[in-house]
Write a protein that binds this ligand. Structure first.
Ligand code: MN
Length: 447
């Protein structure tokens, strides 16, 4: 058995990527949403410099992937009308053996046309002239600025200072509801991340580094031809009370909790899991009390994931449990009303300062709004949506703005699962990642 053999055998069959026929349907739906006499341009993400001539690993643009499956840097998809029909043209880099020796083989124009769901291909080298010509006499150009400088310049010169329309207003709505093909990929992504978390729990021992947990989890992703969908957070002790801590540089101490927020990507589709457990495998009384409260809130949040409910039902459910629990534990000395506040902004927010969840999909914080604080109208939960439920409580011992009993200091707990909204109630995609106290105490340190 190789490293991660346990994970490999637990994983089911990896689903195939999204079918070209499904991408064609997405293209048709997108084009149907555009106004008459328009052209839409979808570019790839830029390449970012890591150091001198070394680049950050490139991640394809989610919109380009969604519509065409194309990943090649410099790829640009253009949707335009010709003889009354919408066509998808893909600009790609032409074959060039001298360059390919260094940077890898390219499908070229012919390979892209036969291997991807597009109607025609053209050379990226000619995009300047060629695209200007296509945009002539077009009233509306859909384009996202800031990703591809050369394309931005073409669009600017054609629009003469006018603003392009935003293609996201159409595509985001489409991406909110996941198809069966997408759900299969997300379930696999959730399984892989679940098993990776379990491996980290099994290996965990006081004295190990936070980075060791990170390496076990990310190694497991890579071993299964996947990669992280966002930088992994491994925070032990007080580090767990820093929401976006990802330096992962400290030694995990006996008696501390460790919070791990890590997920992976399968064919672009993200999973997003947080688990918190004792480094030595045994919860202290104080840790147990906070953990049980967060778990109770999390289960209430999942139960609130019912088709037809408003988005805020999830946050309401977790918040009510947490606020009451903080009063019961005498961490808050006030009424439930004051703890919750008028608009979920009461005293409990000192310890639970983020939202309950977000959409999940090709982007870990997926498009379509729904997050607390955004200005979009409230969503109604609908079958096919995938959300995260991730309440937490954080008692940083370093915080000067709060007054709490010493026994809570340095405790940070978050529990996060990925949940599919369905006609038959919530489906927890990350159900293979244990979170009950007895399960955790029976796993941590037992490799
Ligand atoms: Mn999340």
């Amino acid at each position: 058995m190789t490293m991660y053999g346990r994970v490999t055998s637990a994983l089911g069959k990896r689903p195939k990527g999204i079918e070209h026929s499904e991408m064609r349907q997405r293209q048709r739906d997108f084009c149907a949403g555009m106004t008459a006499n328009s052209v839409a341009i979808i570019t790839n993400n830029p390449v970012a410099i890591r150091s001198r001539d070394t680049h950050h690993r490139h991640r394809f643009n989610s919109y380009l992937h969604y519509l065409t499956g194309w990943h090649g840097e410099d790829g640009v998809a253009v949707f335009f009308q010709s003889d009354g029909d919408w066509k998808c043209r893909l600009y790609v880099r032409p074959r060039n053996v001298k360059m390919e020796i260094w940077t890898g083989k390219r499908p070229g124009l012919g390979g892209a046309l036969s291997g991807w769901p597009v109607d025609e291909t053209m050379s990226r080298n000619d995009i300047n002239e060629n695209l200007s010509e296509l945009l002539n006499d077009i009233e509306n150009v859909y384009h996202i600025h800031g990703l591809d400088k050369e394309v931005d310049d073409v669009v600017d010169s054609v629009l003469h200072g006018g603003e392009p329309m935003d293609p996201r207003s159409i595509i985001d709505e489409m991406r909110v509801i996941k198809s069966n093909g997408e759900i299969a990929l997300m379930l696999y992504s959730a399984d892989l991340a679940s098993y990776a978390h379990v491996e980290a729990m099994r290996e965990c021992k006081p004295g190990m580094g936070e980075w060791h947990m990170q390496s076990i989890i990310e190694g497991c992703f890579l071993h299964h031809k996947s990669e992280w969908s966002y930088p992994s957070i491994v925070g032990s002790g007080d580090n767990a009370t820093i929401l976006h801590y990802n330096e992962n540089k400290d030694i995990m101490k006996d008696g501390d909790l460790v919070l791990i927020d890590a997920g992976c990507e399968i064919d672009g589709y993200a999973s997003d899991i947080t688990r918190t457990f004792p480094v030595n495998g045994q919860f202290t009384e104080a840790q147990r009390a906070i953990y049980e409260l967060v778990l109770k809130a999390q289960l209430a949040g999942i139960e609130a994931c019912q088709a037809g409910s408003p988005w805020s039902a999830m946050h309401r459910a977790t918040s009510e449990v947490l606020a009451q629990g903080l009063i019961d534990l005498k961490i808050l000395n006030c009424t439930l009303e004051d703890a919750l506040g008028e608009d979920f902004n009461g005293l409990y927010r000192q310890f639970f300062m983020h939202g309950t969840g977000h959409f999940l999909g090709l982007d870990v914080h997926d498009v379509g709004g729904g997050r607390q604080g955004d200005d979009k109208p409230e969503r109604i939960l609908t079958p096919g949506m995938v959300v995260t439920i991730e309440p937490g409580l954080y008692f940083g011992s370093w915080r000067e703005d709060i007054e709490i009993d010493r026994k809570w200091a340095g405790i940070g707990v978050r529990i996060e699962d990925d949940v599919l909204i369905s006609e038959n109630g919530p489906v927890v995609l990350t159900a293979n990642c244990p979170k009950e106290i007895t399960e955790i105490e029976g796993l941590v340190g037992f490799n």
